[in-house]
Design a binder for this molecule. Sequence first.
Ligand code: PHE
Length: 443
Amino acid sequence: MKNIFLAFSIIFSIAFSSACVDKGANSGNTSTGGDTGDIKVGVYVDLTGPTSSFGQSTKNGIQLAVDEINQAGGVNGRKIALIIEDDQGRTEQAKTVVEKLIKQDKVVAVLGEVASSNTLAAAPVAQEAKIPMITPSSTNPKVTQVGDYIFRVCFLDDFQGSSIAKFAANDLNGKTAAILGDVNSDYSKGLTEFFEKEFTKLGGRVLAKEAYTQTDPDFKAQLTKIRNLNPDVLYVPGYYGQVGIIARQARELGMNMPLLGGDGWDSPELWSLGGESLKNSYITNHYSADDPNPVIQNFVRTYKAKFNNVAPDSLAALAYDSAKVLADAIKRAGGTDNAKLRDAINATKDFAGVTGTISINAERNAVKPAVVLEVNPATKQLLPRTTIYPEGMSAPTAAANTNTMANGNMMMNANQMSNGNMMMNSNMMNSNSNMNSAMNANK
Ligand code: PHE
């Protein structure tokens, strides 16, 4: 055993010293120019604006992934260097900082944004320059339609919207609904459309669609109109900054029906904004930090240890996965040549992420299940209720489950991840308990 170890160290030091002498010896690089030294990756998120909680979590998730990758020796012997830009959550600024990252910093790839409208504003810049962009968490369908250099590692809003509509109709037994959405957000507008389509298909009726903007001080006029119609459920497909206040004002107006939302609710700030009013609310999301799956719990522990004991929300988890998917693609591409990197990202298959198995399809999207989480303000937890699988994908079998466990320890080692191991993080979620009682109790 000792001898084997010794032999390995000798081989390793020979390989290492030759790499030092000959910079061109960077394992398997075939592309020319700019393929030595640190690999520059740009990140653009909102660090100071209305969705800064999304940006902070995203930055942390990416940072954790990159630290792990670099500590394990980098990608093909090169370290990843992050250049992080704050776009203040504004569409024009998102475009400007991505121009800067690409033209001035000469990044080889871009990670971001979160809010779909910001990604939609910046993606054409990356597409034009042929620099691959992976958004961890923008769910609006139009995002990846910008072009063949734009990817995502999350599900889409047609699936997210129809999933919560199914939950409303089947699990909450809702027959009527109202929607209160953000008119200036592509995300919110998409979810409004997709929810209505599915809910109607299931025999439900949408009684009202009311609108707000992120600068509205108050939502009582819209809520009062909705209250008069007395829908069984109220869908609020917005971001945490407004939905917390909407929940509070709805309850103040005596509206006790279940509130439904999407991933945009997910923020540590939701609790202080919405408080107890968030009781009897359900959202769709990408993962739950309270999922007992050991892969997730391992990630949660590592993240908390690094970032002040704050649990990683779904933004952090998706961001972590996006950076690891990118690193894996750079490794397989053998370098950072634009077209090769684009093709390698597109060839991502069965990548074991913390948010589930990631395979990128021909439309540059990831097809993944959604989890429905119950918002529990008493413990400040988002509790897994049920998992909704996209068409053609079913709940993993017990065998796949065992496989997941066995892979638990490999999660933190991006460079060693092998493709092909089935992993579903939502397989241990409690199946849905009797949700009808939640609604009836409030009637
Ligand atoms: N999906 C949202 C959008 O596209 C962003 C988001 C993702 C927010 C995950 C919270 C959690 O705008």
